[in-house]
Design a protein around this ligand. Structure first.
Ligand code: OOG
Ligand code: MG
Length: 252
């Protein structure tokens, strides 16, 4: 088996140069896959990127069915991945980007370990409609559970809309994902673990277990409420979430 640092370097190179790579031939455990992820993220921090939160993945049936995986996964977000609302992203910076309609949480207080949904809600400073741009570094967007974990759970960019009052009930908010004015995915926040607050509870547990408990100012992406849509240059992508408002970007 290649060592963890060699795999981390391979995946960091793939992401940095937007070049697809084969799936890992090595059989590694889930723990080893997270160690690869942590080391590949360290390479980004060494280049000056700053960790600003984390993303949850496979939190809806639609995503599990699309990707053929059933386990919750998570990855780290950095400041370099954050795109301003209404901003532009460059297609050439990705291997084969896809977009997902999500909800983002902004922490107003630390949130560690085993917490109730009520405690998770109380730690929030805001909630927002959000778009995640995922980009698997593996050819054809095909991967095993450990492959995708090692690849920072396909995280590549994200856009958060205006922060809304965190006391809004998130249990069942309508989602419409428009690409060039055409509704491409319609769903509900209920698709995310029954209520996206459960994704935040899971994020608090997983982050603390990894020795990086959630801090005030961290952003947590709840996971796609629907299947992801492939992106192409020239598109305008807009998500509308009932009660929370809209978020958008252009890809060129
Ligand atoms: C893995 C990332 C999944 C989500 O929201 O479920 C994810 C992938 O599908 O490439 O971000
Ligand atoms: Mg996602």
């Amino acid at each position: 088996m290649s060592d963890i640092s060699a795999l981390a370097q391979r995946l960091d190179d793939a992401a940095r140069t937007a070049t697809g790579v084969p799936q890992l031939e090595e059989t590694i455990s889930v723990e080893e896959a997270y160690a690869v992820q942590a080391q590949s993220m360290q390479l980004r921090y060494d280049r000056g990127e700053r960790r600003i939160g984390l993303k949850m993945g496979m939190t809806s049936r639609a995503k599990m069915a699309q990707m053929g995986l059933e386990d919750l996964i998570w990855g780290r977000l950095t400041d370099a991945m954050l795109v301003e609302d209404g901003g532009k992203i460059n297609f050439n910076g990705f291997v084969h980007p896809r977009v997902e309609p999500e909800i983002a949480f902004l922490l107003g207080a630390p949130l560690g370990g085993s917490v109730t949904p009520m405690a998770a809600r109380a730690a929030l400073a805001g909630v927002a409609p959000a778009l995640e741009i995922i980009d698997s570094r593996y050819h054809n967007f095909k991967f095993s559970l450990t492959d995708v974990i090692a690849d920072n759970s396909s995280s590549s960019a994200f856009v958060t809309g205006p922060w809304a009052d965190p006391s809004i009930d998130l249990a069942n908010l309508g989602f419409i994902l428009n690409i060039d004015g055409v509704a491409r995915q319609i769903g509900s926040s209920a698709a995310i673990l029954g209520n996206p607050i459960r994704s935040l509870v899971a994020a608090a547990r997983l982050a603390a277990a990894a020795g990086e408990p959630l801090q005030a100012g961290d952003v947590v992406m709840a996971g796609g409420a629907t299947a992801a849509e492939a992106l192409a240059p020239g598109q305008h992508v807009c998500l509308e979430v009932q009660k929370l408002g809209r978020v958008e970007f252009h890809i060129q």
